[in-house]
Every structure is written in structure tokens, then in C-alpha cells.
Design a protein around this ligand. Structure first.
Ligand SMILES: [Mn+2]
Length: 381
């Protein structure tokens, strides 16, 4: 099969998957109490802004938002609490799939129906994948790497005759998730749009800046709903650079935090204080200390510096070790959950980018397990 043919097949498959979401959204009653739960990164925030816009155009306006940063048991308990607090009967999960057994069951038992639009590999075995009357799951994993969640939301918006052009937003979401390559071919950009958004095949600088600002909710959680609001307004005004233009106005705080993080990041990346190299497993562990959430950015930087290795950047809170892992070769979406088996900790993500939260007492064991898994993967290649 040729490249173009493959892409057409993929497009068709994604379109079919999204028809399930379309059916779900059309079935929402006007007086429904909606709750959108999204990952608190750029991709999640943009996904939720696009879907909120769509719901508004369909006169389904009673919507609450909750942005979730971590994955695992505690996060999922928070989700259940939020649903209870708002008395929501319709839940839309974006860029985020609860992985614990029973979480969907518990939501659906409370009488609420769920729509999930995600692109993360789904943990096995999972009840998430089974569509039921109350539960719709859209995650096009079957034909190559799926695009970013915000691209899926953009395509859904288009399918449902959305009034605005959400392409630039989808590009920003994809960039913030390092999914540009998988996402661009699905956007059908005109030459004019290409020139505007990705001149010379790279993201336009102002879009790039917006993408950087989207990092702020990572650094300061309470900013996520505000960033969401700015983006929604920007989509409404069809102005992708609205946030950037207001760099000196109401989004100034975001830029300040971002700047501070940038400085710390450079310092930490250069310093590499107690960097530990586990040669046999091709693993580098890097402990850092910072009040800002910059570990994933540092992991990204170090991966570029050491492409042969898996990078694990570690930060600690009172009870847990929080890790951002990056790799160019190993499949972390398999190795990290495996390394968590039998210990007090949880983790997972994409093949080349994953995260984990491990109880402090079990950290050494986690590293031991991870090394074992990585060595196994290397042997089987
Ligand atoms: Mn994402």
C-alpha cells in the first residue's frame, strides 16, 4: 500500500471512530449537566476548548471543567468527587483515560454517561475499551500512531459543521504533545495555511510561543481554567495569536511563570547534579529539586543530549517519587507499567514519553524492575 493510500485509510478509520462521538454529542439533552475532564497539558486544554465551543454551538451550555494533571488512583478518586460535587450526568473525558478497573463502572453506576476521546495507549485489561449504552470510547489506536487529542477534537468539530477554523489550535495542541508529524497529514492544510502556520515545515514562531505558554498550567495548576478561557475566546475570534498579543496584558502572569521555569530548566539541564548512568540497561536517572514542574521539559532536553539512553527525571514530594521518562528507542508504554507491577506505584504513557508516581520506599525496586524490562527489550530486538 502506498503512503497516500495508507493515509486515506487512516483518515477514514478516524472519521468512523469520531462518528461514535458525534452520535454521543447529538444525544446530549439541552438541559444536561455536563462535566469536561481533560489532561492539564496543552493538548488537553485545547481539546476541551474546542469541544466546549462545539457544545455551545449546539446549545448545550451548562458545562463545568476539571483539568487533571496526574494519572492513577488518587486522580481518579478526584474525578469521582468532582462528578458528585457538580451532580453531572454527562461526562466528556479528553486526552485522558481513567485506567483503574471500575472507575468507568462507578461513573456509569452513578447514572452518568461518558464519552472519552483520547490517544494514549490504553492499559490492559481495560473496561474502557468496551462501548456500552452509557459509555463511548474513541481512541483510534488501530492504524498507526494516532494524532494528538486536540486534532481528534478538531476533526470532530469539522465533522459536526463547526463554524470556526480550529486548525491552528489543533496544531498547537499537537506541538505541545510532540505529535506534529502524525497530526499534520490529517489536517488537510491549504498552501496558504501551511505558509501561515508551519512555514518551512516548522511551527510558526507565534504559535510556538502560545504552545510555550500552555506549559504554565503544568507549573501552576490553578491557571489551567484561565488558559482554557483564553483559548476558547481566541477560537471564537478566529485569532490564533490572541494569547500572544496579550502577552503584556492579562496573560502576563503566564509568561512570567514560563520565564522563571525556563531559567530553572536551563540551570538544571546544564548542572545534571547526580546524574546516574546504568550502562547495561541504557538508562540515565536524574534527580532534580524545584518548586516548578519542569521535569518533563528537562527530560525532553536530556533525551536530545543522550539519544541512546532512556532518561528518567525524578522529583520528590512528601511521599512519592514523581518521574518523567523519555526514550528514543525503548517502548516505555510497555516497560513502565511492567516495572510498576507488584510495587506501590503507577505509571504509563506513550512509547517515547511516559510518567510514573512511585511510593518512596519502592523507588529502588522500581528502578531495578525498569532496568530488567529495558534489558529484556534490548535483547529481543
Ligand atoms: Mn495528548
Amino acid at each position: 500500500m502506498g503512503k497516500g493510500e495508507k493515509m486515506n485509510k487512516k483518515k477514514q478509520y478516524i472519521e468512523e471512530e469520531l462518528q461514535k462521538a458525534q452520535k454521543f454529542i447529538n444525544s446530549i439533552e439541552t438541559d444536561s449537566n455536563l462535566l469536561i475532564i481533560a489532561h492539564s497539558d496543552g493538548d488537553g486544554i485545547i481539546s476541551s476548548a474546542i469541544i466546549t465551543k462545539l457544545l455551545q454551538e449546539k446549545n448545550k451550555e451548562r458545562t463545568n471543567h476539571k483539568f487533571i494533571q496526574s494519572r492513577g488512583k488518587e486522580a481518579e478518586e478526584k474525578i469521582l468527587k468532582q462528578i458528585h460535587k457538580h451532580g453531572s450526568n454527562t461526562i466528556i473525558l479528553l486526552d485522558y483515560t481513567p485506567n483503574r478497573e471500575q472507575t468507568y463502572g462507578k461513573i456509569n453506576q452513578q447514572g452518568a454517561k461518558t464519552l472519552t476521546i483520547d490517544h494514549h495507549p490504553c492499559k490492559e485489561p481495560s473496561e474502557a475499551k468496551e462501548d456500552t449504552e452509557k459509555h463511548t470510547y474513541v481512541n483510534p489506536q488501530k492504524q498507526g500512531t494516532p494524532p494528538a487529542a486536540s486534532v481528534l477534537c478538531h476533526l470532530l468539530y469539522q465533522q459536526m459543521n463547526g463554524e470556526k477554523n480550529t486548525k491552528p489550535w489543533a496544531i498547537i495542541g499537537a506541538h505541545s504533545d510532540t505529535r506534529i508529524k502524525q497530526s499534520i497529514p490529517l489536517l488537510d492544510l491549504t498552501n496558504e495555511e501551511k505558509e501561515l502556520y508551519i512555514p518551512n515545515g516548522r511551527m510558526n514562531r507565534s504559535l510556538h510561543e502560545i504552545s510555550s505558554v500552555l506549559l504554565a498550567p503544568y507549573l501552576k495548576k490553578e491557571l489551567a481554567p484561565r488558559v482554557h478561557k483564553y483559548i476558547k475566546e481566541s477560537i471564537e475570534k478566529e485569532n490564533p495569536v490572541l494569547i500572544q498579543e496579550e502577552k503584556y496584558g492579562r496573560t502576563l502572569e503566564l509568561y512570567k511563570i514560563k520565564e522563571k521555569a525556563e531559567k530553572q530548566k536551563i540551570k538544571q539541564t546544564k548542572k545534571n547534579p547526580d546524574l546516574e548512568v546504568h550502562e547495561e540497561a541504557k538508562l540515565v536517572t536524574v534527580p532534580i529539586e524545584s518548586k516548578l514542574r519542569i521535569k518533563s521539559e528537562i527530560a525532553d532536553q536530556l533525551r536530545l543530549k543522550y539519544p541512546e539512553y532512556v532518561i528518567a527525571v525524578k522529583m520528590e514530594n512528601h511521599e512519592k517519587c514523581l518521574l518523567s521518562l523519555r526514550s528514543s528507542r525503548a517502548d516505555l508504554s510497555k516497560a513502565v507499567p511492567k516495572a510498576c507491577e507488584g510495587i506501590n506505584g503507577e505509571g504509563g504513557g506513550h512509547p517515547h514519553a511516559a510518567g510514573a508516581a512511585i511510593n518512596k520506599q519502592h523507588y529502588q525496586e522500581f528502578i531495578k524492575n525498569l532496568k530488567k524490562e529495558l534489558k529484556k527489550q534490548r535483547r529481543s530486538k
